[in-house]
Design a protein. Structure first.
Length: 264
């Protein structure tokens, strides 16, 4: 067989065959007097084995190691370690592709339904959209910031689904939403105010926030997600709540929830 014939028989190209010659994977056959390479059954079997190994994920360097092991010039343990590492790498890439495929599926469903693309669960995104349509200007601006915060949380780490479900119920349930609305208006009034001049309002917002979280059994929700592996940056409270008075209200709510009341 000429080089074009063996390449066709193995499902590859003459260029690839020459490349395997240069790498030492496929020995060149002896040239007869006419100067043309004359390939036989042994070369075809070797070439097809190279293609089979490569098609199953082995880089050409690892293919060389397979042949070296077969000829006793390389350790079987080394070959096994290489194969295990390649298997783990491909498994990781497959998991990444499955995650991306699932994400793209959710995005397609959102676009087909006329929804904005978001990392938030569909139930919560819909509840926020509905709440925003009914909100006044002050509440609408706060809801937009709330959405940004929740999306940061959704993207940054392993947050339990129950937590997002609670927020969805809070935005959907009339009684819960009214309580949230009162807290939200107090929260907006805190923005830009000095902490030492806002004690009464801080206390009011903190109690409303703590009451809502306590009603949702928020401590159990956070505990259920505590064993998860965070996939994003470790964001501090100051990053989430840059306003000092608002941040003090959050810390005060945590004190009320945990019983760690250190006030005189």
């Amino acid at each position: 067989m000429r080089i074009s014939e063996i390449a066709t028989a193995a499902g590859t190209t003459p260029r690839a065959v020459r490349h395997y010659h240069r790498l030492g994977l496929l020995p060149e056959p002896v040239r007869p007097d006419n100067g043309y390479r004359d390939y036989g059954l042994a070369e075809l079997a070797r070439l097809m084995r190279i293609r089979w190994l490569a098609d199953n994920g082995l880089p050409l360097g690892a293919v060389a190691a397979v042949f070296e092991t077969e000829h006793g010039t390389s350790d079987t343990d080394d070959l096994r370690a290489d194969l295990a590492a390649l298997h783990d790498e491909i498994s990781h890439r497959v998991a990444q592709l499955v995650r991306k495929k699932d994400g793209l599926g959710r995005m397609l469903a959102a676009v087909d339904a006329g929804r904005t693309l978001t990392a938030l669960p569909a139930e919560l995104a819909a509840a926020l959209d509905a709440a925003r349509e009914r909100a006044d200007d002050l509440e609408r601006a706060a809801l937009d910031r709330e959405r940004d915060l929740l999306e940061i949380i959704a993207i940054s780490g392993d947050t339990p689904d129950e937590m997002f479900s609670w927020f969805a119920r809070a935005f959907s349930d009339p009684a819960a939403r009214e309580s949230y609305r009162r807290m939200l208006h107090g929260w907006e009034r805190l923005s830009g105010r000095a902490v030492d001049q806002s004690g009464e309002l801080i206390e009011q917002v903190a109690h409303e926030l703590a009451a809502g979280l306590r009603a949702a059994d928020f401590e159990s929700l956070t505990a259920s997600g505590s064993s998860g592996r965070a996939s994003g940056p470790d964001l501090s409270l100051a990053a989430f709540v840059p306003d000092p008075a608002q941040r003090r209200a959050v810390l005060r709510a945590i004190e009320l929830l945990t019983g760690a009341d250190h006030r005189p």
